[in-house]
Write a protein that binds this ligand. Structure first.
Ligand code: SAM
Length: 384
């Protein structure tokens, strides 16, 4: 099957306002939420078939969170408290599952020696960035975490995020001593996770928006000890990065702006389905592709970039990846290969529901028993 690429005819359908023919300027306005839902009903029914009604209900229902443990703070106390709440470290659980896969002849879960319990990254091959600990409530448990608190070191104890947001960081497979670029970093949840791997020799965190970089700096201030000399925060257009720092980074995260599907069906505020933002919305796949191209140009040959979004839209996911690979090959004579991440479906099956039919990358689907996502992520290796 051929690689999907951006097709302007498709783009028009997906980014059209389904109600535009019904709504003259003098008629009462439809809310942005309603426009988003109409758009999704039209497009995602085609994309997901029978799965769409349950995804839709989940998008409209309360989202679940994960508590990313701040290992710069008093993390042993934090993990103890989270375990008292019967929350589970889903990263550790995935690691255990990975161990089972490595030793299939063992019928029962291998018992890890104590040193591996506290340093899970030392356990057998782990295809992910190390040292991250993130707690969620188990399937069907809709308990909430209390807001994070300042520990005895003056740092907040955990960062609350959609737990599926950690998957792109895990997929980046950051290694000790890596130089890392986070191209669209604000407000900073994934930047913090990258730092918590303890692997970044140098981390550049960029976001075009000044208010988002301010929030990012606040996150760093609240979670990371004062010596942050390995972190550089910038506020540039990420599309320029291929010229600014070509072939520089071992790892690049390209977590692009998108239709933020969950937000779009729940909040009027800052909704990309507002009529006034129609052109911006229509241009999203182009912006996403340009950011991914820039991110891959900034990656060293042999290095890795991860592309991620929080939309279900294949036009903003696989099609953007396909388009970027074509642009890099044709305009920059740069070869890039999509890496297989299907092991994620196995490793994280107890925590997330994955769409089984992505041609490139992986997609977490919101479902009622695990109401995380949507989260799409795709790992690309720059070959030349
Ligand atoms: C999905 S959010 C990133 C979330 C962030 N990675 C996190 O985990 O907290 C996308 C970000 O892209 C930024 N952005 C939009 N256009 C950009 C551009 N041309 N260059 C760099 N950043 C851009 C937006 O300001 C927004 O903060």
């Amino acid at each position: 099957m051929g690689r999907p690429s951006i097709d302007p005819v498709h783009l028009q359908g997906e980014f059209e306002d389904p109600l535009s023919s019904l709504q003259a300027s003098t008629e009462p306005k439809f809310s942005s939420i309603r426009l988003a839902l109409q758009n999704f009903d039209m497009n995602y029914k085609v994309q997901f078939g029978d799965l769409w009604p349950s995804i839709r209900v989940s998008l409209l229902s309360e989202q679940k969170y994960g508590a990313l443990v701040n290992t710069f703070s008093t993390w042993d106390q934090t993990t103890h408290e989270l375990e008292q709440l019967e929350a589970k470290d889903f990263v550790m659980e995935a690691q255990r599952r990975g161990q089972q896969k490595v030793f299939p002849e063992e019928a029962v879960t291998p018992v890890l020696p104590p040193e591996l319990e506290t340093h899970p990254h030392l356990a057998a091959p782990w295809p992910c960035s190390p040292n991250l600990r993130c707690y969620t409530f188990t399937r069907g448990d809709i308990s909430r975490f209390h807001p994070s608190r300042v520990g005895s070191l003056g740092l907040l104890d955990y960062y609350l995020m959609d737990a599926s947001s950690l998957l792109p960081v895990l997929a980046l497979d950051v290694q000790p001593g890596d130089s890392v670029l986070d191209l669209c970093a604000g407000p900073g949840g994934k930047t913090l996770a990258l730092l918590l791997t303890g692997c970044c020799r140098h981390l550049s965190a960029n976001d075009i928006s000044g208010s988002r970089t301010r929030r990012l700096k606040q996150v760093l201030h609240s979670y990371v000890p004062q010596d942050r000399s390995q972190v550089r925060v910038t506020s540039q257009d990420g599309r320029k990065w291929g010229d600014l720092e070509r072939s520089t980074y071992d790892r690049v995260l390209v977590d692009v702006p998108c239709t933020t599907d969950r937000h779009s069906v729940l909040e009027e505020d800052n909704n990309i389905f507002k009529r006034s933002r129609k052109t911006e919305r229509q241009m999203l796949p182009m912006l996403q592709m340009q950011l991914l191209v820039a991110g891959l140009l900034a990656t060293k040959p042999g290095g890795v970039a991860v592309y991620s979004t929080c939309t279900l839209s294949h036009l903003q996911n696989e099609y953007v990846v396909g388009g970027a690979i074509d642009v890099l090959a044709n305009q920059y004579q740069t070869d890039v290969q999509v890496e297989d991440l299907s092991c994620f479906r196995h490793l994280f099956q107890d925590t997330f529901s994955f769409f089984p039919s992505c041609r490139m990358g992986e997609l977490v689907l919101p479902v009622l028993w695990a109401n995380f996502g949507p989260m799409y992520f795709c790992r690309l290796r720059r070959l030349t």
